[in-house]
Design a protein around this ligand. Structure first.
Ligand code: MF3
Ligand code: CO
Length: 257
């Protein structure tokens, strides 16, 4: 991503006040309900543009702003990535089909602060290997969230995700990472899905990170599609993606969404 202007939050942690934490919880609640509503509509025959409309209307009705819309000129409020597509799928006329794994990734801006979350939804009769990929990816996210507290290092999270995913014979896609967030949707630090324990920045208390394992059945390598946004697995095997925004507290992590 090109650096368009000097943004100090690209190189240091943003620390949140008690009042800002209340705002993060409100934004997170909107996003959690939004994803639930979009997931309920993720069935055979619905177009991905329909899902985007549902997400945008839901966020605005609750007083939030879609965080993705217009971000680096991204044209929608939701990313919908199907099967071999891993992230940043642009909604359009494509219809959800039986057997699809559909990643629904969305962000809310509330009181000037961003939250970001993703779930993968299995539609109808899904291949057992894809079901397992989805379960393992969700488990990797849960395992990583469970170790979050002030004082751990970013590499502790990366190693936990990599170990959970690779021990089951699956892959974390190279170059796709989680991130800090707050005033900006993406800010310091990157949270890689591949890495070593005991390395990287130490997490201070009252900071916010998005943890997002992005996996595939067959490869670590990615391919950028011609639309300039969609990123697929290089071998076209199915991908999965789950994401939480999590607040780093002195003794634990609090899942904001
Ligand atoms: N959750 C996505 C990510 O962290 C956010 C995508 S914003 C978009 O990469 F504008 F690129 F869609
Ligand atoms: Co994210």
């Amino acid at each position: 991503m090109a650096i368009l202007y000097y943004n100090p939050l690209m190189s240091r942690f943003q620390i949140f006040s008690a009042e800002e934490i209340l705002s993060l919880r409100k934004g997170g609640a909107i996003l959690r309900e939004c994803l639930k509503e979009v997931a309920r509509h993720t069935v055979e025959g619905v177009t991905t543009a329909d899902l985007n409309r549902i997400a945008e209307a839901f966020i605005r009705a609750r007083g939030g702003t879609p965080a993705f819309l217009g971000y680096h000129d991204y044209p929608a409020s939701l990313c919908v990535s199907i099967n071999e597509e891993s992230v940043h799928g642009i909604p359009g006329p494509r219809k959800i089909a039986d057997g699809d794994i559909v990643s629904l990734d969305c962000g809310v801006l509330f009181d000037g602060l961003n939250t970001d979350a993703c779930i993968s939804v299995l539609v109808g009769n899904v291949d057992p290997a894809v079901r397992k990929l989805s379960e393992v990816t969700e488990r990797a996210l849960a395992a990583a969230c469970a170790i979050v507290r002030a004082g751990i290092r970013v590499g502790d999270i990366s190693a936990c995700i990599q170990e959970t995913v690779e021990s089951q014979g699956f892959f974390c896609l190279h170059g796709l990472t989680g991130h800090g967030l707050g005033t900006h949707l993406h800010q310091f630090p990157d949270i890689p899905n591949l890495g070593e324990k005991g390395t990287g920045p130490v997490l201070p208390p009252n900071t916010l990170i998005a943890i997002e394992p992005i996996t595939s059945i067959g490869t670590r390598n990615i391919r950028q599609e011609d639309d300039g946004w969609t990123i697929s697995s290089a071998d076209d095997t199915p991908a999965a993606h789950f994401e939480h925004t999590i607040l780093v507290l002195p003794e634990r992590g609090e899942i904001i969404v």
